[in-house]
Design a protein around this ligand. Structure first.
Ligand SMILES: CC(C)(COP(=O)(O)OP(=O)(O)OC[C@H]1O[C@@H](n2cnc3c(N)ncnc32)[C@H](O)[C@@H]1OP(=O)(O)O)[C@@H](O)C(=O)NCCC(=O)NCCS
Length: 152
């Protein structure tokens, strides 16, 4: 997993566009602005020498948040998403966070399975949060003080 900065915004936006439906895609400009903000960080996953996905997170006041996680369809089920999440958790812990939060659609079975495998627990639910009417689950991941994801 390689840390990347705003200079990688176009690549990250292309990966995001492959992973999400058109209405949910983020522009290169938006990603570039996010990555440049204090406390924000992006990690790029590479499979077979090709960019396969990325994760974007932030840490503030001892708490971390996953802003997005995207893996290209062609690279899925190879462990890339889980590896990106573990690296994001380790980076957040190294930056002083003790827990990490994220939102996921109740209907997003692949992502929910991935997060459950990392030890995520439901911390809340936002009813009809997404445009398709689905609920958002707020999940909490505990972070190990030594910077490693539990079970890594
Ligand atoms: C969710 C996503 C990041 C998973 O990426 P991935 O690289 O395929 O995930 P991994 O290969 O690391 O899978 C890890 C585990 O997650 C679970 N999982 C992943 N995809 C799954 C699927 N389609 N169905 C069921 N379980 C799945 C499995 O438990 C899997 O372990 P296994 O392969 O040993 O069974 C990817 O599907 C994606 O980019 N989806 C679109 C964007 C998205 O939903 N992002 C998350 C928003 S909160």
């Amino acid at each position: 997993m390689a840390p990347v900065g705003p200079e990688a915004a176009a690549l990250l936006a292309a990966l995001h566009a492959e992973a999400f439906a058109p209405a949910d895609r983020w522009s290169a400009q938006a990603i570039g602005l996010l990555v440049a903000l204090p406390g924000h960080f992006a990690l790029l996953g590479v499979v077979g020498g090709e960019p396969a996905g990325f994760a974007l997170g932030r840490v503030a006041a001892g708490e971390a948040e996953v802003l997005t996680l995207a893996v290209r369809p062609a690279a899925r089920r190879t462990g890339c998403g889980a590896a990106l999440m573990r690296a994001l958790m380790a980076e957040a812990a190294n930056r002083g966070a003790r827990e990490m939060f994220l939102e996921v659609s109740a209907q997003n079975a692949p992502a929910r399975a991935l997060y459950a495998g990392l030890g995520a627990a439901e911390a809340g639910r936002r009813r009809r949060y997404y445009p398709d009417g689905s609920d958002a689950l707020v999940l909490r991941l505990p972070l190990s003080p030594c910077g490693a994801a539990p079970g890594a």
